[in-house]
Design a protein around this ligand. Structure first.
Ligand code: PFF
Length: 438
């Protein structure tokens, strides 16, 4: 272990942590809607190609940097490109996840609020405006955001192995059990088959440059790329771990969860006779209505499912927020030599302050969301692939990719990977960036 740095206990633990970062709100509130709108199974196929040929190579670039340097984002740039302007990439990718965390934790807070509501009194059909009332009240979003961010900080404070690894090891299986339970319930509802058709019917005529750009953007956001979370987690991976297998494993967990979430959410929405949308409205307005209208026939089960659903959202959001929090903590511990506790305290204060602003001001919330999701993530991703393709020594990249030549399968595809990272990936990411700009 380099200079007493903590590491994940196994390859599987690293994959689970990265999958935890990847699986989040994006899988639940955006992917299902995008599938329906983008041509059902046709969209899933295109999305799969985006994940395998775009997201996984970018993810591997972050992994290569993190594991080679055995340091967080700023430390990695200082080790691999000392005294150069690349340190700004390190700085950018310490700041971006903290900005994402600030609005993400607000939504995590809303989920906590709705979890408590489903636990305490459930939802009624007449609850229209419940969400608007919740978000416009001053103290509820603040209190819930505080709870969420403190929970995140608590896990990170416990350390890489006893905190992050342990939390993800328990959460990931739970998330899958919960989402499958909700899916089974959802598919059993009368009228749900319409939703299944919405998700599955392959319709290639819906494919358009816009849909393709959206699929790539989602493949980016969903795998938490371009903001240093994957880089930081990878720096805790063991040297002998196979990074290609880990990257594919992470992507497959993420995709599987997104598809399951689609079958958990959309058929229930159709069964209640409403059209699905995307974003906060789907989780905090449409679904409570669905639970309430099902509750008129099956009060106990519908109540139980709503409790499980919001618990799933809270856990999925937590496993992502933990990864964002850790980026800043790794920097303060490694580069500023603070104790982990003190580092957690500083990041907690910063993100709690900005998060509170996001909780009470929709304008600040939207600004942070658009700035990071549309620009900073893609920009960071672009710089990471340029770094691996053009700045790092080819032999170092080869060494990480192939386990110093020992992983034969990886060695065979290295040429393709390296070509892709140098030439194709930068162009494609630039196109996504421009499409967001326009
Ligand atoms: N991948 C997460 C989701 O799909 O909700 C979002 C995310 C997590 C983005 C971590 C960025 C990040 F660093």
């Amino acid at each position: 272990m380099a200079s007493g740095r903590e590491q994940f206990g196994s390859n599987m633990a690293a994959v689970m942590a990265m999958a935890g970062s990847a699986i989040g709100l994006g899988n639940i509130w955006r992917f299902p809607y995008m599938v329906g709108q983008g041509g059902g199974a046709a969209f899933v196929l295109v999305y799969l190609l985006c994940v395998v040929f775009l997201s996984v190579p970018i993810l591997l670039c972050e992994t290569i940097i993190g594991r080679r340097a055995q340091a967080g984002t700023i430390g990695a740039m200082e080790k691999l490109a000392p005294g150069t302007g690349w340190k700004w990439l390190g700085i950018l990718t310490v700041i971006s996840p903290l900005i994402i965390l600030s609005f993400y934790s607000v939504v995590g807070g809303w989920s906590i609020g709705f979890f408590f509501q489903s636990l305490s009194r459930g939802f009624c059909v007449g609850d229209t405006g419940n969400f608007a009332a919740f978000t416009s009240s001053l103290w509820m979003p603040l209190v819930c955001n505080t709870l969420f961010i403190f929970a995140t900080a608590g896990v990170v404070a416990a350390g890489v192995k006893s905190g992050i690894e342990r939390f993800n090891r328990i959460s990931l299986p739970l998330l899958f059990i919960f989402i499958v339970t909700i899916m089974v319930y959802s598919l059993s509802l009368e009228g749900s088959s319409e939703g299944v058709r919405y998700l599955l019917k392959p319709d290639f005529s819906r494919m358009s440059p816009r849909v393709l750009a959206d699929a790539m953007g989602q493949a980016f956001f969903s795998l938490s790329l371009g903001v240093g979370t994957i880089l930081t987690y990878s720096s805790y991976m063991k040297k002998e771990d196979n990074i290609v297998r880990s990257g594919m494993g992470t992507a497959m967990f993420d995709l599987a969860f997104a598809v399951l979430a689609g079958f958990a959410v959309i058929p229930a929405v159709f069964a209640a006779g409403i059209e699905p949308g995307a974003g906060p409205g789907l989780i905090f307005e449409t679904l409570p209505f669905v639970f309430a209208s099902m509750g008129e026939q099956l009060p106990f089960i519908s109540r139980l499912i709503s409790i499980i659903f919001f618990l799933t959202v809270v856990i999925a959001a937590l496993t992502s927020s933990i990864s964002m929090f850790e980026v800043g903590v790794a920097y303060l511990v490694e580069e500023r030599h603070l104790s982990r506790r003190r580092a957690v305290l500083y990041i907690l204060l910063g993100t709690w302050a900005l998060g509170s602003l996001c909780a009470v001001s929709p304008a600040v919330f939207d600004f942070c969301d658009i700035l990071t999701s549309n620009y900073l993530m893609t920009f960071g991703g672009l710089l990471f692939v340029l770094f691996v393709g053009w700045k790092m020594k080819r032999s170092d990249v080869w060494g990480e990719f192939t386990g110093e030549g020992g992983q034969r399968g990886n060695a065979r595809i290295f040429g393709f990977f390296y070509f892709f990272v140098r030439y194709a990936a930068p162009v494609v990411i630039l196109l996504i960036f421009l499409s967001n700009l326009l």
